[in-house]
Ligand binder design. Sequence first.
Ligand SMILES: Nc1ncnc2c1ncn2[C@@H]1O[C@H](COP(=O)(O)OP(=O)(O)OP(=O)(O)O)[C@@H](O)[C@H]1O
Ligand SMILES: [Mg+2]
Length: 148
Amino acid sequence: MRDLGRRLAKLLRAGDLVLLSGELGAGKTTLTRGLGEGLGVRGAVTSPTFVIARVHPSLGDGPPLVHVDAYRLAGGLDEMEDLDLDVSLPESVVVVEWGEGKVEELAEDRMHVDIHRAVGDTTDEVRHVTVRGMGARWAGAELGSLSA
Ligand SMILES: Nc1ncnc2c1ncn2[C@@H]1O[C@H](COP(=O)(O)OP(=O)(O)OP(=O)(O)O)[C@@H](O)[C@H]1O
Ligand SMILES: [Mg+2]
């Protein structure tokens, strides 16, 4: 999951929105950790307990990573705007866990990463990942090979 995050990071640039779906413990934060490594941002990507969003500034001249855990974000986007992140979302890569149905208005162009645990998998360690691009930003992009 972390390695996939690193690979996805190579495709991302300022203004991109990534929505991560998958049940509790699917690996959303782990993938975001890889994204942070791939983007070269400061600070460890962790699962925020009380914080809804965390900004990881770039260690170089790349965009910051804004990591949002929308699990407790009942009000959706309005609440997100109230977070006062002190960073411009269009100049950042914004990654949202549990964002489906809440933050789509942020951008017409979105990358969706859906993580599924294999049903009936006794080892419980296998994940199936689907990467989809929505909107003009991702039209023609070959994302299928990133699904695994
Ligand atoms: N592909 C994988 N195989 C085995 N373990 C994994 C895999 N991906 C993640 N994990 C492990 O599963 C646990 C939960 O991962 P993680 O915190 O990334 O999930 P999450 O989707 O962010 O969960 P939450 O819904 O609570 O935010 C971690 O201990 C992580 O190391
Ligand atoms: Mg998480």
